[in-house]
Design a protein around this ligand. Structure first.
Ligand code: DQA
Length: 144
């Protein structure tokens, strides 16, 4: 059975209330429940974690390594655009990571167009709303 960690970064705790025209009306727990339901047939164990703090996200990445997870789906929120520390943690652990974003970051403000973590992730999925999470889990479970 694959063990997948889903990490969500800053402000994603406020989904449901936060700019619903951009991020939709589901809360983060709705999205995690949806992801588990949608990927149930894959038989993966899914552990979800959210933090607004950069260091806690880094600690979660090392926990994923220490605890033998098979991969990570990460929405690092705004940290995606500038956290070299999160990028370094992803390259250090060498676990397959899939970067996800609810919104299409390329269709938004210019400062969101670049992600400093994309190059060290297996791939990036953005713009499909909550669907990006089950897609990320699927990629990690089905591809090597
Ligand atoms: C986001 C996109 C980021 O630019 C933004 O800072 C977020 C959410 C997304 O899921 O679309 O917090 O990662």
């Amino acid at each position: 059975m694959k063990k997948i960690m889903i990490i969500n970064g800053p402000n994603l705790n406020f989904l449901g209330k936060r700019e619903p025209e951009i991020y939709g009306s589901d809360t983060l727990s709705d999205i995690i429940a949806y992801t588990k339901e949608k990927t149930a047939a894959l038989g993966a164990e899914i552990v979800a974690f959210q933090s607004n703090c950069e260091g806690e996200i880094i600690d979660a990445l090392y926990r994923a390594y220490d605890e033998g997870f098979d991969g990570v789906v990460i929405n690092a929120g705004a940290y995606s655009h500038y956290s070299i520390a999160i990028r370094d943690a992803i390259s250090s652990i060498k676990l397959p990571c899939v970067e996800v974003h609810l919104s299409n970051i390329h269709a938004r403000e210019e400062f969101r167009h670049n992600s400093v973590i994309s190059a060290v992730c297996k791939g990036m999925i953005c713009g499909f709303g909550k669907e990006v999470y089950p897609l990320g889990v699927r990629v990690l479970c089905e591809n090597r």
